[in-house]
Ligand binder design. Structure first.
Ligand SMILES: [Zn+2]
Length: 76
């Protein structure tokens, strides 16, 4: 059972959001009932590309890329 929320694209509101997960050793939140990683998540391991911004969300509909942290509403 997947516990992570896939979310929607902030640009086109599409539901086909692809998650890139960095350095997560046990991605249990992204497992299906069969124990496989859900197909909308890519586990990036601990590889850090300093030359590129680390977008961790990508829309498969309009190719928009963004960071989930930027999408969070400030509570204050
Ligand atoms: Zn989109």
């Amino acid at each position: 059972m997947t516990t992570a929320e896939r979310g929607t694209c902030p640009r086109c509101q599409g539901p086909h959001v692809h998650h890139h997960v960095f350095g997560l050793p046990s991605p249990s939140a992204f497992l299906t009932e069969d124990g496989d990683i859900v197909d909308w998540v890519t586990i990036e391991g601990c590889v850090v590309l300093d030359d590129e911004p680390r977008f961790d969300r990508r829309c498969e509909d309009c190719r928009h890329r963004w960071n989930a942290a930027d999408d969070a509403e400030p509570s204050g």
